[in-house]
Ligand binder design. Structure first.
Ligand code: PGA
Length: 262
């Protein structure tokens, strides 16, 4: 069997409860018909208000290829005076399986720091969530030639204190900020592969050979035309997709286009 491949999407603040349920129902039906010859993991990260019904929707899936539901953010605290925040215990109660931490829109829109992402990473891993840490340089950092330094410091601070026993739950998404969203320019496969090489080296420094088990995803303007080339590169184990995945039929078509080439 070919290498395991990961496909995920963050629905950002685009789909409410009804749209999320309709989307997941359509995606689940398609996912079940993907040939079992392919070892893939699928995850979808809806908005908070849609999480309960999202989990219920995928729990109705019958096949073994069940979509994992993730949260877009999480407080590092279990409970307390944190108005407007959502705790790990609340997400566990809903049956959420994954937590995304440090998406560029949290880092840059909400001014979250690497230290804050680190506290969330540790809390998410302690609560046994699949923990997806997003990292990526801005266009200014790229132009100054410090992309690799930025990635290394985001990893070293963001993963500080993570024990080797938690690594099976860890995922890293490399998403250059300049590549994300409507204004984004997709990274070339060569550029993405070079950054993934740096990320891999840094993880090997941090965790030794145990780092081999951490899947690395590329995100930022992934589309049907660049997906195959990106996933064929070393150390790109998955694709983390926004706009090109928000219609179930298009996401399914992108997955099928990529899979036979693996
Ligand atoms: P995009 O979003 O694919 O629409 O560029 C990527 C992301 O924000 O994760």
């Amino acid at each position: 069997m070919a290498k395991k491949i990961y496909f995920g999407t963050n629905l950002k603040m685009y789909k409410g409860n009804g749209d999320t349920v309709a989307y997941l129902s359509a995606l689940a039906a398609r996912a079940e018909s993907l040939e079992s010859a392919h070892d893939i993991e699928l995850f979808v990260i809806p908005s908070y208000p849609a999480l309960k019904e999202a989990v219920e929707t995928v729990n109705r899936q019958t096949g073994k290829r069940r979509i994992i539901i993730g949260a877009q953010n999480m407080s590092p605290h279990d409970c307390g005076q944190y108005t407007g925040e959502v705790s790990p215990l609340m997400l566990q109660e809903l049956g959420v399986g994954l937590v995304m931490i440090g998406h560029s829109e949290r880092r840059h829109g909400m001014r979250e720091t690497d230290e804050e992402e680190n506290a969330k990473v540790l809390a998410a891993l302690n609560h046994r969530f699949i923990t997806l840490l997003c990292i990526g340089e801005t266009s200014a950092q790229k132009n100054y030639g410090i992309a690799d330094e930025v990635l290394r410091s985001q990893l070293k601070i963001g993963l500080h204190g993570v024990g080797a026993d938690r690594l099976p739950l860890l995922r890293i998404a490399y998403e250059p900020v300049w590549a994300i969203g409507e204004e984004g320019v997709p990274a070339s496969a060569d550029y993405a592969a070079q950054r993934h090489h740096v990320i891999k080296q840094c993880l090997l420094e941090l965790f030794g050979d145990q780092a081999e088990q951490i899947p690395l995803f590329y995100g930022g303007s992934v589309n049907p035309d660049n997906a195959e080339e990106l996933i064929s590169r070393p150390h790109i184990d998955g694709l983390f997709i926004g706009r090109s995945a928000w219609q179930a039929d298009k996401f399914d078509a992108l997955i099928r286009r990529v899979l036979p080439k693996i």
